[in-house]
Design a binder for this molecule. Structure first.
Ligand code: GLN
Length: 198
């Protein structure tokens, strides 16, 4: 009997010029993929999928431009690389932003309008148990100066809402959450993303 050929472990990058890099690397590693920090285009080339972490989206976009990572990121996302943005990472994936800094750039690809610091006008940070499409039990979501999604394009599927606004969305190979799934000890949201990687 021929033995089954083991499938190669996917390589998932975590954008690592700024943000919550370590927590994402730990969660991904626990889920059995090879998780690597991405600071340079050669590292991006190795990736089968990418996580854009929380942090400060203006700084992340500027650093990506400075380190010549912004155009390669745009190309890979456009070419279909599964990509998951959390919080600031959601802003980076959005095609349109409201309350952005003047001239704030994004990677884009996700057909949504995202409002930066949307909840933060009332409170800076909060936690909530959310029903997420595709998951049996609610997810404990941590929001930190979080954006919300203000408008979604026709191909965007809303996976979860908070205060009447989408806070988790999926569109083809792209996924984004306003909250920080990497800080909860719960790999289910990352697992939903890894389903896109295949
Ligand atoms: N408010 C931040 C921004 O605009 C995002 C906050 C976060 O990622 N926790 O980039």
């Amino acid at each position: 009997m021929p033995r089954p050929v083991p499938r190669p472990v996917p390589v998932i990058g975590v954008f690592a010029l700024q943000g919550d890099v370590r927590e994402h690397l730990a969660t991904l590693t626990e889920l059995g993929v090879e998780a690597i920090p991405v600071r340079r285009p050669v590292e991006l080339e190795r990736c089968d999928g990418l996580v854009l972490p929380g942090g400060e989206s203006t700084t992340m976009a500027k650093l990506a431009r400075t380190f010549e990572l912004l155009e390669p990121l745009r190309e890979r996302v456009r070419a279909g690389m599964p990509t998951f943005g959390t919080c600031a990472g959601m802003i980076l994936l959005a095609d349109r932003i409201l309350d952005g800094a003047v001239g704030q750039e994004t990677i884009g690809g996700l057909d949504v309008t995202v409002r930066r610091n949307a909840f933060g006008r009332q409170v800076d940070s909060f936690e909530a148990d959310l029903d997420v499409r595709g998951l049996d039990a609610p997810v404990h979501a941590v929001f930190i100066r979080a954006p919300w999604v203000e408008e979604v394009g026709a191909d965007v599927e809303v996976l979860a809402e908070a205060e009447g606004h989408p806070v988790a969305v999926r569109q083809g190979h792209l996924m984004a959450t306003s909250f920080h799934p990497e800080v909860a000890d719960d790999g289910r949201i990352h697992r939903l993303f890894l389903d896109l990687v295949g």
